[in-house]
Design a protein around this ligand. Structure first.
Ligand SMILES: [Zn+2]
Length: 210
């Protein structure tokens, strides 16, 4: 009788242990998933807010090959493009022209039409702004430290005409070099092309020594 009781108790305890193990594993799984999800949300929120803040870099003392008067810039650019490129402004996320553009082509500077970014380097960062893993050529995309709003950001601009483009952050895709160029659509003019051969030919022709 005592022997039977111990044997049944053993089975009950084993089942109880199994139940607790399954329950504990599920709690752990749920916690790690919610942690990953919330950290991802925070990351995107931080990225988005860092992009959303305008730049306070002063490029007025810098000299650029393409020079225009304030009046000429106003005539050439839309009000938004002027505000972003000449006054270091920023545009709204998601409602801008190129954040979701997946077409093949070249993103040229809106101020001087210098090719700055390629469609093959564009990725969806989830921030609502066009995001690139690299520029075409560092000779045409300048960087300047931006410490406004108590943040350490690197502002990027067209080195040919001084048009403010956006900022570069170090939280881009690791398999593409780890950088994220958060660029305003208003600073760009997209040139759609048929295929990558056409893209390559245009870029080589533009950057080849004249
Ligand atoms: Zn430019």
């Amino acid at each position: 009788m005592i022997h039977m009781l111990f044997r049944n108790l053993g089975i009950v305890l084993s089942l109880l242990l199994l139940f607790c193990t399954i329950l504990f594993a599920n709690i752990l799984k749920k916690d790690s998933l919610s942690t990953v999800m919330s950290s991802k949300n925070i990351e995107i929120a931080e990225c988005a807010s860092a992009c959303a803040l305008p730049s306070h870099v002063d490029l007025s003392a810098d000299s650029f090959p393409v020079k225009r008067t304030q009046k000429q810039w106003r005539e050439r650019l839309s009000a938004l493009a002027y505000s972003v490129t000449r006054e270091q402004g920023t545009e709204r996320p998601f409602s801008n022209a190129y954040h979701d553009n997946k077409a093949i082509g070249i993103y040229n500077c809106v101020g001087c039409e210098t090719p700055l970014f390629l469609s093959v380097d564009k990725f969806d960062s989830g921030t609502g702004w066009p995001s690139f893993s690299r520029p075409i050529d560092s000779r045409t995309l300048g960087e300047k430290r931006d410490v406004s709003y108590g943040m350490q950001r690197i502002e990027v601009h067209c080195k040919v005409c001084g048009a403010h483009q956006g900022h570069v952050f170090q939280d881009g895709p690791s398999d593409r070099g780890g950088l994220r160029y958060c660029i305003n659509s208003a600073s760009l003019l997209f040139e759609p092309l048929n295929d990558l051969d056409e893209v390559r030919a245009k870029v080589v022709a533009w950057y080849a020594p004249k």
